[in-house]
Design a protein around this ligand. Structure first.
Ligand code: PMP
Length: 366
């Protein structure tokens, strides 16, 4: 939530890089030129300095506290975005003649599946592709392979606005989850996962940082040749500092973790996020001007896609919304329509402003 020179409040609904909490941005601004009385910026410090090494440890601890991550797990601060995890995961976790299971619920799980297929036998356990990714295939249809090295899930599909939080017990097969667009938005039982990964640029901090939370028994020497930087075992052994890491992004992530703690943690976020999402979905459901294509039980609390019955009004909608300070409401280029991303940093006032604008727009053009 930023104020323009003319004092108009701006709300940024971008799916990522997304808006960051205003107090975090303000704190970073005060420290920008002179970090902890060092006379230099955090960006200008050696990653081998004790200040940065301690900053990494403290950010990792912040995340551990927020998600109650036990010592059975390693927290890694990597680069290459969530997309590089699409490759790193099979490179490291698939055995040489390995297999992995994929649930297809949207564009991102599809990408993860296609990338893994380059390294071994990737199998689709169920897919909603034929339905246009508007729901999650019922568990009764999942064909889980008990011999798989892991099963990959995308519990929040950022583009299609599809979310799920429950799945059957997968026994000895570890669950690998892409939580890029939902991490820290509700409490998680980390012990249910073998590996969690997330690009930072939605609920954590600036782009350039990728968080990996991996169960220690899954950290092994890979059964194929893997570049050093892409090996979990080496990254873990060297505290995510094999080479120069994304120091500024980790710094900001640490500030976001502090902010989250101050706000009451992920339980409070979950309550706020449920209210924000409900506000929008209730409005959409009551409207005959707008539509949301996703099955009610699978609607995302973070990414709310919507269309208008008259698609020719989309550009007018986006232009007028922007003029009102409601930014980045266009849907992903692959699906069109509109989308409001309402991560932790989006205040309820932003969602109310959007709903009121949508209501007024429908009255004018409906
Ligand atoms: N997975 C999900 C669920 C995403 O939303 C995104 C980015 N929007 C990605 C993966 C890819 O992330 P990155 O751009 O960091 O590679």
């Amino acid at each position: 939530m930023n104020a323009l020179a003319n004092e108009k409040t701006v709300y940024n609904f971008c799916s990522g890089p997304a808006m960051l909490p205003a107090p975090v941005m303000a704190k970073a601004q005060t420290e920008f030129l002179d970090y902890q009385a060092s006379g230099i910026s955090v960006m200008e410090m050696s990653h081998r300095s004790s200040t940065i090494v301690e900053m990494f440890a403290s950010a990792a601890q912040g995340l551990r506290d927020l998600l109650s991550i036990s010592d059975d797990y390693e927290v890694l601060f990597l680069q290459g975005g969530a997309s590089l995890q699409f490759s790193m995961i099979p490179m490291n976790l698939m055995r040489a003649d390995g297999q992995a299971d994929f649930l297809l619920t949207g564009a991102w799980s599809e990408k993860a599946y296609k990338e893994a297929a380059l390294y071994g036998e990737a199998r689709v356990i169920a897919s909603d592709a034929d339905n246009g990714y508007r729901s999650v295939p019922p568990v009764s249809q999942w064909q889980l392979n008990p011999k798989a090295d892991y099963v990959h899930l995308t519990p929040n599909e950022t583009i299609h606005g599809v979310e799920f939080t429950d799945w059957p017990d997968t026994g000895a097969v570890p669950v690998v989850a892409d939580l890029s667009s939902s991490i820290l938005s509700y409490p998680l039982d980390v012990s249910q996962y073998g590996l969690i990964y997330a690009g930072a640029q939605k609920n954590i901090g600036p782009a350039g940082l990728t968080i990996v939370i991996i169960r220690k028994d899954l950290i092994k020497v890979p059964e194929r040749t893997v570049p050093k930087l892409l090996r979990y075992d080496l990254q873990a052994a060297q505290a995510s500092m094999i080479n120069t890491p994304s120091t500024f992004s980790v710094y900001l992530a640490g500030l976001v973790f502090d902010w989250l703690k101050g706000e009451g943690g992920v339980q409070v976020m979950a309550e706020r996020n449920a209210c924000k999402a409900q506000l929008l979905y209730d409005f959409l459901d009551a409207s005959d001007f707008y539509d949301n294509p996703v099955a009610v039980e699978n609607r995302s609390r973070m990414n709310v896609p919507f269309t208008m019955k008259d698609a020719s009004l989309e550009q007018t909608f986006l232009r007028e919304a922007k003029a009102q300070g409601l930014l980045n409401l266009e849907g992903h280029r692959s699906v069109g329509g509109m989308r409001a991303s309402i991560y932790n940093a989006m205040p309820e006032a932003g969602v109310i402003a959007l709903r009121d604008f949508m209501n007024a727009f429908a009255k004018r053009y409906g």
